[in-house]
Design a protein around this ligand. Sequence first.
Ligand SMILES: [Mn+2]
Length: 368
Amino acid sequence: MPSSPPEQQNALALRAPSVGAVCPVDGGPVQPEPEFLERLVSARRLIILGHHNPDGDALGASLALALALGEMGREVQVGTSGKIAPNIMFLLEGVPGLCREFRVPRDLRPEDWDLAVFMDCHGPERVWPDHAGEGFGFLPPYLVIDHHVHTEPLSGCEGLFHDPEASSTGEMVARILKALRAPFPPQVLEAILAAIASDTGFFTQANTTASALRETADLVGLGGDLEGVNNKLNQSFSLARMRLLHLSLGSIELFRGGQVAAMFITSDMLERSGAALEDSEGFVDFPRAVKGVALAALFKEDGRGRVKVSLRSRYPVSARAVAASNGGGGHVLAAAYTCHVPTCLEAREIFLAGLGALFQDDGERGPG
Ligand SMILES: [Mn+2]
């Protein structure tokens, strides 16, 4: 390597330290704007809404914000639509009445609320997807707190706290509560930890950033109980879920030379196991765990003429791109879409045909 003058070496060293660690002196995670916080706390009566079929992040982040704002003297209701996964129902213990289902947007009387806050999604069309065509102009003014990549513009939104780099909406709520100097009682700690743990696969996925771990460390320092959250989230399943898992695991098929895995939950499997569709939370991680798989799909018959498809991928394959080409969306490595056919078999054919040139087709490998 030719030697360069000392000053040039220094400049290079400053620009690109390739060995050792340089701690960033600025940067850090995106913080909520003061105007956003002002809008949030100026409301007296708030309705906080997570996306349809809330997961641990949507529900945990919503409850944490609601509990903290309640402690600050606000009148707060958490609203959900669709089904709450059984393993996150524990979050509702000890907070009777705080969370209630709003089956359709008309259940929500806008005159009852000064402000709505949409959590872990970009607006009302993600809370009531079946009503998107009707418009939501009658809703109260609203804010959005979300870490998903938004592909469509937000209409009617008065304030946005958006950080696609955040591990979870729960992590963003922790930043908000710190900025507000809000209290962190045990139930707020539990709800935020459950939210971050849910969205990071209990701190194992690529979105387990330094910022997510720092926020988690602060919550544990305040008395947060990670072991307790793990026991409730991951060690409290029903026997029906285990029976469904047994049936579904037997259905795994590999395609495209073993790079694509598919797993199925049919109406028949649900009937035989006695489980409900929401008992299948996390099942898609099993086909993804097969060595060599870069894209995993879990097909679920919903009994109403549709098949829900959950996708997980490994870098550089984008689950989101596959979901988007089928009318869905999500994160790069975790996405979903709905296929408007009644059976897994039909949805599988459409899925495989749509993969196009994404993988080399070296022939198919199925069970047996
Ligand atoms: Mn989330």
